[in-house]
Design a protein around this ligand. Structure first.
Ligand SMILES: [Fe+2]
Ligand SMILES: [Fe+2]
Length: 159
């Protein structure tokens, strides 16, 4: 199917943000694992995979619209040296993503691409959940202190 005006560029921009997020969450997960924070390791690793699934959907949709997915481009991966720094840069990345998606939703409405709009709306919902989780962690650290918080991260969550 032929894409509406600007939609391929838009999808590639989101793809770049998601591929960057895959890498950023992945390195953060590995660092948490290395520090012995098993619970955070599992959670952040899961996030990296969530972003990979977004990339998967975007690539599929780009091909469906006869576009060329841009796999080369990555934004700067921000690496936090401590858990609170990681949370801070991940929050920023998710907020930036929300902005790109909101602009994209407006654009899709304008050009009448409701399939892509629906896809971006679903992604924006996930971003909301990701932001909410990070904000909760930051708030918990404020309330119980970093040491107490980190002590709780050493064991895997009971499943
Ligand atoms: Fe994503
Ligand atoms: Fe996300």
């Amino acid at each position: 199917m032929q894409a509406k005006d600007g939609v391929i560029e838009l999808l590639n921009k989101i793809l770049t943000a998601d591929l960057t997020a895959v890498n950023q969450y992945f390195i953060h997960a590995k660092m948490c694992g290395n520090w012995g924070y098993e619970r955070l390791h599992a959670k952040i690793r899961e996030r990296s995979i969530d972003e990979m699934k977004d990339a998967d959907d975007l690539i599929g949709h780009l091909l469906y619209l006869e576009g060329v997915p841009n796999m080369q481009r990555l934004s700067t991966v921000q690496v936090g040296e401590t858990v609170p720094e990681q949370l801070k840069v991940d929050l920023k990345a998710e907020q930036d993503m929300l902005k790109i998606l909101s602009d994209g939703i407006v654009h899709c409405t304008k050009v009448g691409d409701f399939t892509t709009r629906h896809m971006l709306e679903d992604m924006a919902e996930d971003v909301d959940a990701h932001i909410d989780w990070i904000e909760t962690q930051i708030e918990t650290i404020k309330q119980v202190g970093l040491e107490n918080y980190l002590a709780q991260q050493m064991k895997k969550e009971a499943s």
